[in-house]
Design a binder for this molecule. Structure first.
Ligand SMILES: NC(=O)C1=CN([C@@H]2O[C@H](COP(=O)(O)OP(=O)(O)OC[C@H]3O[C@@H](n4cnc5c(N)ncnc54)[C@H](O)[C@@H]3O)[C@@H](O)[C@H]2O)[C@@H](O)CC1
Ligand SMILES: [K+]
Length: 490
């Protein structure tokens, strides 16, 4: 569930009336935040706590205390006199040991790496524009990030971001990770906020759980693990899904290989790559040994084959457009439609294709989405995805981007939380297509398959970046780390 700051404060106030303790909540929030920091930064370095006077700073202090136990060295920057700290953060400040308060910006050049700064300046208690003292510290954090490669983790919301609308004010904190407490805040998923929020994580607090409103949801491991079916011990490959992949053409061999790799690592029982004669030799030599490669004269031959799910599009080219459109229209199993196949759908009267078929999952990037919806592409991403889903009930749309959105009519729209800018590399989408098709082949509904797929690919890219720079992460690295990502959902 996504809430406004006011709704969050009301939920909190009702919990306090029931006797829930604020100190307990802060303890759980801070410990949860520390866990999320550790997930992305498992090697301890230097932690700088930026503290405002409110409870947002308390979250940073509790997280700092927990990370100190793992070996992080703590430095503190205060926004004002200690006396101004609210009682809860003041208690945590007084209890913290072994740290230095710095009265001026910290030179991190000789400090242990990584340098992670916790933004505990302002949370949902912020009113209006940042006051000058807080704003100066937010600007300092941004400078440290930009100039000295410090990483920024925002407590609850990045300071300076409007928690309801996502509008960033001048000098708004630019976070690499925002760990939000209890519920996602509406401002965090706004298009304008993406580059200030960064990677998202949610610390659920059982005491603040309320009845779900059916609205958008953040993709979290807790939610997604419920979508992954447990396998019986006597499970066999026929039950794990036969996946057919229609991909690859002259000059675009790699896309097919990546889609196959994604499907294999997402648990497909049998993966068959369907290709035209002209690329058979090349692809048969390139794909992993677990893949069967089958030559088809006409892609429509697939209509008579037995598959549980199809992936259609990566590296396909446009030579066989009519055949592909027929497969999209008539195939009797769920299908993931990607890349060139989306462009084909976009230049055809789509209503013919997407009302008469079994469910389809379309996975456009913003450029392909613009082809699908024309003028609609100027609307917010949430509106684009939900409008398309309403126009084609039963089908699912996954709009790629830094904050992937997944919409299906009558289902809660999902916002992905994982991933990093190192994923801006050709071929990432091909992996995702293979993953989603494999999940669909295992009987998982397309909406859920898309959610698991987006989250797992993003998380695999994060794990791959633990041992190398984000910008060096390749789609093949994502495939190699999918197993670790799925492991976090089991
Ligand atoms: N929502 C929840 O249930 C929980 C919230 N917690 C944390 O507590 C935060 C909320 O704490 P608070 O209500 O104390 O509020 P904040 O810590 O967000 O900020 C309030 C303080 O900032 C000052 N302030 C307000 N607007 C300002 C502005 N524009 N410029 C400069 N200073 C400004 C106020 O004078 C006040 O001292 C959450 O965001 C979260 O981090 C957690 O500790 C526990 C659970
Ligand atoms: K904050």
């Amino acid at each position: 569930m996504i809430v406004t700051c006011r709704q969050m404060q009301d939920i909190e106030a009702r919990a306090f009336e029931r006797g829930v303790s604020a100190a307990d909540l802060m303890e759980k929030a801070g410990c949860g935040i520390a866990r999320e920091v550790w997930r992305l930064f498992p090697q301890p370095g230097t932690l700088i706590l930026y503290l405002g006077s409110g409870n947002n700073g308390g979250d940073a202090l509790v997280a700092g205390r927990e990370l100190q136990k793992l070996g992080w060295q703590i430095q503190v920057r205060l926004s004002g006199p200690l006396e101004k700290l609210k009682p809860l953060p003041r208690g945590h400040f007084d209890a913290l040991t072994d740290f230095a308060v710095s009265a001026s910006p910290i030179d991190v050049a000789d400090l242990p790496r990584p340098v992670v700064q916790l933004d505990g300046l302002l949370g949902i208690g912020a009113v209006g524009e940042m006051r000058p003292d807080i704003r100066a510290l937010a600007a300092e954090m941004n400078a440290l990030r930009l100039e000295q490669h410090a990483h920024t983790v925002a407590m609850d919301i990045p300071s300076g971001l409007n928690g309801d609308t996502g509008e960033p004010s001048v000098d708004c904190v630019i976070a690499d990770l925002t760990v939000t407490v209890a519920h996602g805040k509406s401002g965090l998923i706004a298009d304008a906020a993406v580059s200030h929020v960064g990677r998202l994580a949610l610390v659920p607090l059982a005491e603040l759980t309320v009845e779900d409103d059916g609205g958008p949801q953040l993709l979290t491991p807790e939610l997604l693990s419920g979508f992954l079916p447990r396998r019986r011990f006597d499970f066999h490959k026929g039950q794990a899904g036969r996946v057919g992949i229609i991909a690859g053409s002259r000059g675009f061999i790699g896309a097919a290989v990546l889609a196959c790799g994604g499907a294999l690592r997402a648990g497909a029982g049998l993966v068959t790559l369907l290709v035209k004669e002209e690329v058979y030799e090349l692809l048969a030599a390139k794909v992993p040994p677990e893949i069967m490669v089958k030559v088809v004269k006409d892609y429509r031959d697939v209509l008579d084959m037995r598959f549980d799910a199809l992936a259609i599009g990566p590296g396909l080219g446009f030579e066989s457009e009519d055949e592909i459109l027929n497969v999209i229209q008539y195939a009797s199993m769920p299908a993931v439609v990607d890349a060139d196949a989306i462009t084909m759908v976009a230049r055809t009267p789509v209503s013919v294709f997407l009302t008469s078929t079994p469910p389809r999952l379309l996975t456009p990037h913003p450029g392909e989405m613009a082809r699908l919806v024309g003028d609609g592409s100027s609307h917010p991403r949430l509106t684009q995805a939900e409008s398309w889903a309403q126009a084609f009930p039963g089908n699912t749309l996954l709009l790629k981007g830094a904050r992937t959105v997944i919409a299906t009519e009558s289902s809660p729209t999902f916002f992905n939380t994982t991933g990093h800018p190192g994923m801006a590399t050709g071929g990432m989408g091909d992996v995702l297509t293979g993953v989603c098709a494999a999940l669909a082949g295992q009987g998982i509904p397309l909406h859920q398959a898309a959610g698991i797929g987006a989250w797992a690919c993003g998380r695999a890219a994060e794990i791959a970046a633990l041992s190398q720079a984000q910008l060096s992460v390749l789609p093949t690295d994502v495939i190699a780390h999918l197993g670790a990502a799925f492991g976090e959902l089991e």
